[in-house]
Write a protein that binds this ligand. Structure first.
Ligand SMILES: Cc1cc2nc3c(=O)[nH]c(=O)nc-3n(C[C@H](O)[C@H](O)[C@H](O)COP(=O)(O)OP(=O)(O)OC[C@H]3O[C@@H](n4cnc5c(N)ncnc54)[C@H](O)[C@@H]3O)c2cc1C
Ligand code: FES
Ligand code: FES
Length: 503
């Protein structure tokens, strides 16, 4: 076995040592070697290659859920099953991962063709008539599986629709959703504490450690460092390498777009990127925190604006992998969290070998899909400053996302506003951030200035609204016309004022 090092010019990083076992992951309880595997390969391809053909390809871009599998992963400091889309999970990310497909749920078919001991969720799908052609069914089953072994959080679902929350990332084109929704409603959390159930009991086992490893195919290598220092040194030594966090953006380039990279640096094992905490300078959210973890952490008290926005972010499968850092670094004009951070006056913490620097999000995006982060730097965290409200005053935090579907769709226009009012209901400070109306997420700076000193109601804000109407020059695209987007800019502002002007 070879020793692979980070490269000339950097301190040597033994990404694999002579004593380290070859990279592997566990699929349905059996170890699968990643030795010699092209790190671009997806978990979907690997699973099917192992004979687990329940894992289906529908869209190859994270939308349909036909490829959903469950992985056991550390989550909010425990171990849980999370539904993920295998079409966007790259082999280079898999070392040490435990993944489960629908084949694991029940014993092999008997010689007479029957199958006994269906898992309760399979029985619920079958009994309710929840399957027809069956193409989507294993993906639904694995979304239900993850929900079955996870205690539901009260109030976590948008509009009180827990079944929709579980299943939003799975599409069925022929059966309809009634039976599946009923199964989700009946079964969510039902497997928690089920003694004698090997899947439940497995959750008590410690997660395997995540040492630094590499997965090396022909002419391509994926490094998976376990510290930030290693990651930075690898970046310096391999400027051509693509950084990957959750791969919900990069994975689409690979899986759907067929893109090939000479090298990857996978950040999934860098625990220093996964902390969330509060101190005197506010809230610090590590770049590697997933959207699902953030969603558990935020509440109407801790971070109301983000709490309001996150239920509209992707699907469970996407939120389980997508990270806060990936969302900022992808620098999409409709990155939902980028817009939230702008409204919250957040700062990006950027790390180089020589130290860290802090950049306000308002100066973070330098152009379409471009950021201030240099080739030898990594995004470490986002910092949100504490909220200061004048005595007797109040703070308005509001967000809304307009998309063609209410879930699992990127925004047509997304708005996030923070407004501080004094004890007389007069605006002392305002941040109006929008996505989908400019090449980068942007603030309506002139309207913000016009709001200061205005009373926070429809009449008082009318002049600022008129300024806001001229602030952006949105473009036409497949999602919406110029005029529709322009209307949304002011309509979303009107809606915020209407909903929040009375305390
Ligand atoms: C079906 C689907 C639905 C989606 N829905 C939404 C949605 O509702 N709202 C939304 O905003 N987005 C959405 N997205 C986009 C995507 O999920 C998010 O942008 C996500 O946060 C990206 O995070 P990631 O960890 O997966 O990034 P990755 O794909 O791993 O990386 C994205 C980019 O960031 C870079 N990068 C990642 N981490 C770092 C770091 N620490 N330092 C430097 N560079 C880094 C990578 O090199 C890459 O260029 C959706 C995507 C899909 C496929
Ligand atoms: S194939 Fe559609 S989400 Fe993976
Ligand atoms: S049962 Fe046919 S696609 Fe869902």
């Amino acid at each position: 076995m070879s020793v692979r090092e980070a490269g000339a010019g950097s301190s040597a990083i033994p990404v694999r040592t002579r004593t380290a076992p070859p990279p592997s992951f566990t699929l349905n309880g059996t170890a699968v070697s990643l030795e010699g595997i092209d790190p671009h390969e997806t978990l979907l391809e690997l699973a099917r290659g192992q004979g687990y053909t329940s894992v289906k390809e529908g869209c190859a871009e994270g939308d349909c859920g036909a490829c959903t599998v469950a992985v056991r992963q550390t989550f909010a400091r425990g171990s849980t099953y999370r539904a993920v889309v295998s079409c966007l999970t790259l082999a280079g990310q898999l070392s040490g991962v435990e993944a489960w497909t629908a084949e694991a749920l029940s014993p092999a078919p008997l010689p007479d063709g029957t199958v006994e001991d269906l898992h309760p969720l399979q029985a619920a799908i079958a009994d309710g008539g929840g399957t027809q052609c069956g193409y989507c069914t294993p993906g639904f089953a694995m979304s239900l599986f993850a929900a079955y072994y996870t205690a539901p959080r009260p109030g976590a679902a948008p509009e009180g629709d827990p079944a929709g929350e579980v299943l939003a990332g799975n599409l069925c084109r022929c059966t309809g959703y009634r039976a599946l929704r009923e199964a989700a409603t009946a079964l969510a959390g039902a497997g928690v504490g089920r003694s004698g159930d090997p899947f439940w009991e497995r959750l008590a086992r410690p997660m395997p450690p995540h040492p630094s490893v590499s997965v090396e195919g022909r002419d391509v290598i994926a490094f998976r460092p376990s510290t930030i220092d290693e990651a930075i040194q690898l970046k310096i030594a391999h400027p051509e390498a693509r950084i990957v966090a959750g791969a919900t953006d990069v994975g689409v380039e690979v899986s759907r777009g067929g893109r090939r990279f000479p090298a990857f640096i996978m950040l999934g094992a860098v625990d220093q990127l996964r902390d969330i905490g509060r101190d005197d300078t506010g809230l610090r959210i590590g770049a590697g925190v997933t959207i699902a973890e953030l969603k558990v952490w935020v509440s109407p008290v801790t971070l109301p604006l983000v709490h309001r926005l996150l239920p509209w972010f992707g699907s469970r499968q996407i939120r389980n992998r997508a990270t806060v850092g990936g969302n900022l670094m992808t620098a999409s004009p409709v990155g939902d969290l980028s817009v939230a951070w702008l409204a919250l006056d957040a700062k990006a913490v950027v790390q180089a070998r020589t130290g860290t620097r802090t950049v306000p999000i308002s100066r973070f995006f330098t152009g379409y899909r471009q950021t201030v982060v240099g080739p030898n730097e990594l995004l470490m965290a986002v910092r949100v400053p504490p909220v200061v409200v004048p005595p007797g005053g109040r703070r308005v935090e509001w967000a809304h996302k307009v998309a063609r579907r209410d879930r699992v769709d990127i925004s047509t226009v997304v708005a996030a506003f923070t407004v501080t009012l004094n004890d007389r209901g007069v605006v002392t400070d305002a941040r109006l951030a929008y996505g989908g109306v400019a090449p980068v997420p942007a603030r309506a700076a002139r309207a913000e200035s016009a709001l200061v000193g205005a009373s926070w109601d429809a009449d008082g804000t009318a002049a600022a609204r008129a300024v806001l109407a001229t602030e952006f020059a949105p473009i036409d695209d497949v999602r919406a016309s110029v005029s529709y987007r322009a209307r949304l800019v002011t309509n979303l502002f009107d809606r915020c004022v209407a909903e929040t002007s009375a305390p």
